[in-house]
Ligand binder design. Structure first.
Ligand code: DAK
Length: 257
């Protein structure tokens, strides 16, 4: 499939998607979102891929939803539009997704990074929810995922008063996994994705589901969900292989089933 607003490539078992609207600071318009969903779904269905990296360019991961596209919309347009569905579709991707963030991650850009499972940040990365300047609030999880990640105090300042976080602050508050020099952020994200992609594929996807469940349920229910998923993995060939490999002191040969 050919895309106009994203670039797609594979590196070993990693699918790399690059948002490619440099003149618009990688603003997320409808086309970017629908192409990104199509590329993620294609990688999710491809057994040769174990994890994905989502990135932008050095100046901007993404400066948010495309304000020029959004400005004329009505409440019912927002409700009915496929732009909204795209965010839910990304949440349904089973394989791990790592955001490689350099420069601006603002508004929907910050929310998109938080929708990924891990964030590798360049030391130039800056995170913010500046929607208040447009007379709106975050609409793709910014008030929810951000608050869970950084806590109420910082989230309130970011959402109500456009406080930006530097990469180091984002690391200190637990928003990102690691901060690396600007010239290495993408390679670092790809090598982290490759390391995960070489692990037992079904267990990695189930592990993602289980961790995400921690944000949806009480502790008791979450532990039950974890136990059911844990038990399920004993029906996979990879569980038999992983344990046999340990006992036989050899490397496991994962089949992804
Ligand atoms: N949309 C459209 N164009 C943008 C843009 C954006 N978000 N951000 C930047 N651009 C464009 C600029 O208009 C400019 O275009 P030209 O004037 O050259 O045609 C070009 O990119 C370069 O930008 P600047 O000249 O402003 O560059 P600077 O280096 O001076 O500043 C900046 C960079 C990123 C700090 C600045 O551009 C900026 O503040 N941008 C806006 C950031 C922002 O307010 N983001 C939040 C947008 S609202 C939802 C899902 C998602 C959302 C909502 C609902 N649902 C599922 C319901 C998300 C909402 C948002 O993200």
């Amino acid at each position: 499939m050919s895309y106009k607003s994203i670039l797609v490539e594979t590196k070993n078992r990693v699918g790399v998607i690059t948002i490619n609207r440099p003149k618009a600071m990688n603003a997320l318009n409808g086309q970017v979102m629908s192409e990104m969903v199509a590329a993620l779904q294609a990688f999710d269905a491809d057994d040769a891929i174990g994890a994905m990296v989502l990135t932008g360019n050095e100046r901007a991961f993404a400066a948010g939803a495309d304000i020029k596209e959004m400005s004329g919309k009505s409440a019912s347009d927002m409700f009915k539009g496929s732009f909204v569905d795209a965010w839910d579709d990304i949440r349904k991707i089973k394989k791990p997704i790592i955001a490689a963030v350099s420069g601006w991650a603002l508004g929907g850009g910050s929310e998109l990074a938080m929708l990924c499972d891990m964030i590798v940040a360049s030391e130039t990365a800056k995170f913010g929810q500046p929607e208040i300047n447009l007379g709106i609030i975050p609409g793709a999880g910014g008030t929810q995922r951000l608050t869970r990640a950084v806590g109420k105090a910082i989230a309130m300042e970011m959402v109500l008063n456009d406080r930006k976080l530097s990469a180091e602050e984002a690391l200190a508050y637990g928003l990102v996994n690691r901060v690396v020099p600007a010239e290495r952020y993408l390679d670092e994200a790809i090598s982290l994705a490759q390391a995960i992609a070489e692990r037992a594929p079904v267990a990695a996807q189930i592990g993602k589901e289980a961790v995400n469940q921690a944000f949806e349920t009480s502790l008791t229910e979450g532990v039950y969900v974890e136990r059911r998923l844990f038990n399920f993995l004993f029906a996979t060939e990879d569980q038999s292989e992983g344990m046999a490999a340990f006992i036989e002191k050899r490397k496991a040969n994962w089949q992804g089933r």
